[in-house]
Design a protein around this ligand. Structure first.
Ligand code: CA
Length: 226
């Protein structure tokens, strides 16, 4: 079970391939957004705010390589890991794919099991809490599978929103999150919530954690852990 379901954007123009992968990713507990061509992919990146992109190289219209290049140039999308999928298996293509900024590369025909393993391995690095990795920072320990948080050995009781907030902070200690970024990550893009709601839940999280305050308010920017 995943604590905070990551969203995977699947960009594939062949309907049968799209369906098989979409089915398998959903079965693994991921939220799945799909796009059948390059233009739709670029729209979905902004709408679905994916945690990872599975990107077919050969697409009608804008190619996978070009999408990858554009996303890696934009500061808002640069950090989203991209696994490039291609029917072209030659080494030179693999190198070209990775040079464009793709984080990993899989050739067709691929085994679905292997592809799922690559997705999981990538998320372990980029979104560890979503795949059940226990997070530890200073005297705080968060277990995404049991939903339990301990500080200095004692159990901390958190509501679901505070739990998601803390796992977001603990995945990237030191990173400054704006209120809008926290809303997208913790509440999701589809829900309209006032940014002041973030402050309310940060307050609850601070209170629940007790002890010395570990959450830093960065004036005009947002919040950070440590
Ligand atoms: Ca294709």
């Amino acid at each position: 079970m995943v604590a905070v379901s990551p969203t995977i954007l699947l960009v594939e123009d062949e309907p049968a391939q799209r369906e098989i992968l979409s089915y398998n990713l959903t079965a693994e507990g991921y939220r799945v957004a799909t796009a059948a061509d390059g233009d739709e992919a670029l729209v979905q990146v902004d709408e679905a705010a994916p945690d990872l992109i599975l990107l077919d190289w050969m697409l009608p219209g804008v190619s996978g390589i070009e999408i990858c290049r554009r996303l890696k140039l934009r500061s808002e999308t640069r950090a989203i890991p991209i696994i490039m999928i291609s029917a072209r298996s030659e080494e030179v293509d693999r190198v070209r794919g990775l040079e464009t900024g793709a984080d990993d590369y899989v050739s067709k025909p691929y085994s679905v099991i292997e592809l799922l393993a690559r997705v999981r391995a990538m998320l372990r690095r980029t979104r560890p809490a979503t795949v059940g990795v226990v997070l530890e920072w200073a005297d705080i320990r968060l277990d995404p599978e049991t939903h339990r948080v301990h500080r200095a050995g004692g159990e901390v009781h958190l509501g679901p929103t505070e739990f998601r907030l803390l796992s977001t902070f603990m995945e990237k200690p030191g990173r400054v999150w704006s209120r809008e970024q926290l809303l997208d990550r913790v509440w999701g893009r589809d829900i309209y919530v006032d940014t002041r709601t973030v402050d309310v839940h940060i307050g609850r999280l601070r209170k629940a954690l007790g002890g010395q305050d570990v959450l830093r308010t960065v004036r005009g920017a947002g919040y950070a852990l440590g």
